[in-house]
Design a protein around this ligand. Structure first.
Ligand SMILES: C[S@@+](CC[C@H](N)C(=O)[O-])C[C@H]1O[C@@H](n2cnc3c(N)ncnc32)[C@H](O)[C@@H]1O
Length: 198
């Protein structure tokens, strides 16, 4: 499922993340990577889809980007990943290259809230993993970049239910979506786009 280069970088990043959590480093300097099982879930979500175009909002040092990139690579897909922190951007560029996924993952360094709206691309899968207070705005922007049949996944909806409960409720009452909270790791809100937004 994963080649040796990808696996080695993922393992190192997973260990870095574990140590940073254990040491209680401030969240702005930590990688805050997804759990490995969430990575496998994302891999499975994108891997079956030929030419899958994936948008990632909040790439950090590249751990989740590697899962998504490794998933889409089999059937010729691509990932466009946004990250705002310049130090993390530098590290993820090295990590993605070391994993051999630089031709599959396009790295955009900067604020997705600013840089995403002018993009003309259409995506099949969107993964939202940025600051919790921005999820709603990021969703609204990403919603304009997808068509019926697309899937949007937001992480941390159970670990940060006080902030993100409203995000999940809004998706679940939206008649243009079918949305479910998946109780995996920190909680994923998975929203399938049924019709165009009105
Ligand atoms: C929870 S971490 C992402 C972890 C990453 N998905 C992983 O599993 O490796 C959130 C990241 O989103 C970035 N971020 C926050 N707001 C952003 C924005 N408006 N545009 C782009 N990146 C943003 C942060 O700098 C941080 O690295």
């Amino acid at each position: 499922m994963l080649d040796e280069r990808v696996r080695a970088v993922m393992q190192r990043l997973g260990e870095e993340d574990r140590l940073e959590r254990e040491q209680g480093l401030p969240s702005e300097v930590r990688a805050r990577a997804i759990a490995p099982t969430t990575g496998r879930f994302l891999f499975a979500l994108v891997a079956h889809h030929p030419g899958c175009a994936v948008l990632e909002l909040g790439g950090s040092r590249g751990y989740s980007s590697l899962w998504l990139g490794a998933g889409v690579r089999h059937f010729g897909g691509r990932v466009v990943s946004f990250e705002i922190d310049p130090v993390k951007c530098e590290r993820r560029r090295e990590n993605v290259a070391e994993a051999g996924l630089e031709d599959t993952i396009e790295l955009v360094d900067g604020d997705a809230l600013e840089l995403l709206p002018p993009l003309d691309d259409v995506f099949d899968v969107v993964f939202v993993d940025a600051e919790k207070d921005d999820y709603e705005r990021l969703f609204q922007i990403a919603r304009e970049k997808v068509e019926p049949g697309a899937v949007l996944v937001a992480d941390n909806v159970l670990s940060h239910e006080e902030t993100l409960g409203a995000y999940s409720r809004a998706r679940q009452v939206d008649p243009t979506l079918a949305s479910v909270t998946v109780p995996l790791d920190r909680g994923l809100e998975l929203s399938v786009v049924l019709t165009r937004s009105v």
